[in-house]
Design a protein around this ligand. Structure first.
Ligand code: HEM
Length: 110
């Protein structure tokens, strides 16, 4: 692996992602919602200034020179309803055999 690949990770499957936390290569986020807010902070820096798990600003990247900053800024900001809807969608990617692990969260309507 050459230096250009430092800090780069395989795009993971999202199958069963709602029951396979913690998230990212280093398990930095405990909750799925935090991952979504993390993505959103690149296009919505004011509303998403803080990591909701720590109430601190997002930690700086480990290898800043290989972060795709321009690509991460493509897209529209999400409000809290959008974030919730995306989290509900990701929960639908759970296999039937693991659905019991989702808990009794009733936020996602049928
Ligand atoms: C709405 C769009 C997206 C959603 C909802 C999403 C969701 C997620 C989630 C939940 C994870 C954590 C998975 C885990 O730890 O098991 C993740 C990680 C990751 N995603 Fe995305 N993603 C999105 C867009 C993208 C795009 C466009 C790319 C690249 C082209 C990408 C590349 C990656 C990579 C490389 C990781 C692993 C990062 C690491 O291990 O540190 N994602 N994504």
């Amino acid at each position: 692996m050459g230096p250009a690949q430092r800090g780069q990770f395989k795009v993971p499957t999202l199958r069963n992602v709602a029951v396979t936390g913690p998230y990212m290569h280093n398990g930095v986020f405990a909750r799925l919602r935090t991952v979504i807010e993390f993505y959103d902070h690149f296009v919505n820096p004011t509303a998403r200034a803080l990591n909701p798990e720590t109430n601190q600003p997002w930690a700086p990247p480990e290898v800043p020179e290989t972060v795709a900053n321009e690509l991460l800024k493509v897209g529209r900001p999400m409000d809290d309803r959008d974030v919730e809807a995306l989290e509900c969608f990701l929960k639908t990617l759970t296999d039937a055999r693991y659905e019991s692990l989702l808990g009794d969260d009733t936020t996602c309507a049928d």
